[in-house]
Design a protein around this ligand. Structure first.
Ligand SMILES: [Zn+2]
Length: 59
């Protein structure tokens, strides 16, 4: 499950892995996860060992 904030919905969602559309390795221990919210909006979340608080990211 991924906690993601959708700017368009202005709402935070807990999204299942089935909402993941892509995963990118940015650096050692850091990944960017592309998700879609329940309305179909695209969300990018940074995740990994070096990220304390998952949230929206500008990539
Ligand atoms: Zn949305």
């Amino acid at each position: 499950m991924f906690l993601a904030y959708c700017d368009e919905c202005e709402e935070r969602f807990l999204l299942p892995a089935s909402h993941v559309t892509a995963v990118h390795n940015l650096a050692s221990g850091v990944i960017a996860v592309e998700l879609t919210c329940y309305e179909g909006h695209k969300i990018i979340v940074l995740s990994g060992n070096d990220i304390d608080i998952p949230g929206p990211a500008t990539v």
